[in-house]
Design a protein around this ligand. Structure first.
Ligand SMILES: C[S@@+](CC[C@H](N)C(=O)[O-])C[C@H]1O[C@@H](n2cnc3c(N)ncnc32)[C@H](O)[C@@H]1O
Length: 449
């Protein structure tokens, strides 16, 4: 495979590409890496490659002419036109599937920007694809080109001694992180190695690794599992781990007090039958520990208890006749199971105390709102997902939802964090609590395709 790097600083690549695997691959002729410097295509005395941006602003921009000439020279004489890639934070995010696509190309030209970036017309005229390493700004494309070269080179046949090792690595199946690895000694600073790895039974080792890879991915990167539905045996493995998954220690708290009305005044809202029913079903679908409806009004609490009772009686009656519940298509047992996990409490504080006494630790309380608030720090969905994956398995979690026009400030101020509002388009943001809860659960715990 051939890679041409268009860069003002070829010397930055020298030692990284000379050592270890890449050095050997180049020496063996498996990888041909060459450099083209846009400065060699300048025509003025100062060998100028940059200029001030039109419209003003800080920094300089790489001029079109020497850069385009450099890119074109990389393609000159080649039998097939190369695939020209610009490294830029605005590009498609690099991941293992992109790496695989790139590794299948016979010749890549990697264009490294510098300064404030490159003249837009270079991209329009001489670039096939823009790629970003992530949502951060590097000082130059060289810093992004090196990891890209490394990841691509590992997939070139012959570069790794044992190509099988690339199949077992993180992301290689597009689905899971790699299982934990160990080497000697068998005990290190009080920590052992799982027995199954020491016993030498290949089939058991294989199945343990598959299980650990799935489990680690479910905990740390559930978004990866979401890219495709799990096979039944994989689902069984992940379900075995239900006790450690954050969803299984998370509660939905539906507060009818203290909430605000449309004027912003603090009120107690009345209970809605559908809220209880839908939240309970969403909670059960995503494997949550339960739903707690909160209202200080005794008659309203009785109403919730009555709703639960009616559904359960109906479910029992239908089950007795061997029929599923009408219309929904959901077996009646499932709905009554979901509603069985609904509790009723007088106040948010009482709900938190009940969770704390059951789990032996106070819950991490995350308030939700359609607006941004001062007070507790706001977390985006990816940050909350990763926080949940890192919280101790003993620590329960409570997701606090408000009815009416949302939680009152004093309810929000009880929370450890506020979840960032769900946003679609910018001018209207008024989801029902049922829809908001379902979207939140899917973003936090969803593993479907
Ligand atoms: C200082 S950056 C320019 C940043 C540009 N002004 C912006 O805000 O998008 C200089 C060069 O570094 C490279 N670069 C910076 N961050 C990158 C990233 N996350 N992925 C790929 N390339 C990056 C690009 O080639 C870019 O042209």
């Amino acid at each position: 495979m051939r890679i041409t790097v268009v860069t003002l600083f070829p010397e930055m690549f020298e030692s990284a590409l000379a050592a270890s695997l890449l050095g050997k691959a180049r020496a063996a002729g498996l990888l041909d890496i060459d450099f083209v410097n846009p400065r060699d295509f300048t025509t003025d005395r100062h060998r100028t490659v940059d200029d001030a941006p039109y419209g003003g602003g800080p920094g300089m921009v790489m001029k079109p002419d020497p850069l385009i000439a450099a890119i074109e020279s990389a393609a000159a004489g080649a039998a097939e036109s190369p695939h020209r890639v610009l490294l830029t934070p605005g590009g498609r995010r690099l991941d293992q599937s992109v790496v695989r696509e790139l590794a299948a190309r016979p010749h890549l030209v990697l264009v490294c920007g510098r300064y404030e970036g490159i003249d837009e017309r270079v991209s329009q005229l001489a670039i096939d694809e823009e790629i970003s390493l992530g949502d951060f700004v590097l000082s130059g494309g060289e810093m992004a080109a090196l990891p890209l070269i490394d990841a691509v080179a590992r997939l070139v046949p012959g570069v790794l001694g044992d190509l099988a090792s690339t199949h077992e690595e993180s992301f290689s199946d597009g689905l899971t992180l790699e299982y934990p690895q160990y080497t000697r000694p068998p005990e290190y600073r009080g920590l052992g190695v799982p027995d199954v790895l020491l016993a030498g039974h290949h089939e058991r080792v294989r199945s343990w690794r598959r299980h650990e890879a799935l489990r680690r991915t479910a905990l740390r990167r559930p978004d990866l599992l979401r890219r495709r539905s799990l096979a039944p045996d994989e689902l069984a493995l992940v379900q075995d781990d239900a006790a450690v998954l954050p969803a299984s220690r998370t509660y939905l708290l539906l507060a009818h007090h203290p909430v605000v009305d449309r004027t912003g005044a603090e009120v107690t809202s009345s209970v809605t039958n559908l809220d209880i029913h839908d939240l309970a079903r969403s909670a059960a679908t995503y494997g949550l520990a339960g739903t707690i409806a909160i209202t200080p009004i005794a008659l309203q609490r009785e109403k919730i208890a009555h709703i639960i009772e009616v559904w359960q009686e109906e479910a029992a009656a239908l089950a007795a006749h061997g029929r599923a519940a009408p219309a929904s298509g959901v077996p009646s047992g499932h709905r009554s199971h979901a509603l069985a996990a609904v509790e009723v409490r007088v106040s948010i504080e009482e709900a938190l105390a009940a969770i704390a006494s059951f789990h032996g630790a106070p819950p991490l309380l995350v308030a939700t709102s359609a607006r941004l608030h001062g007070g507790p720090p706001t977390l985006g969905f990816p940050e909350l997902r990763s926080l949940l994956a890192r919280t101790a398995p003993e620590r329960p979690v409570a997701l606090l939802l408000g009815t009416g026009h949302g939680l009152a400030e004093r309810a929000i101020s009880l929370a450890n964090y506020v979840l960032a509002p769900i946003s679609g388009q910018p001018t209207f943001n008024h989801l029902s609590v049922r829809s908001a809860a379902a979207i939140m659960l899917d973003r936090l715990f969803g593993t479907g395709a």
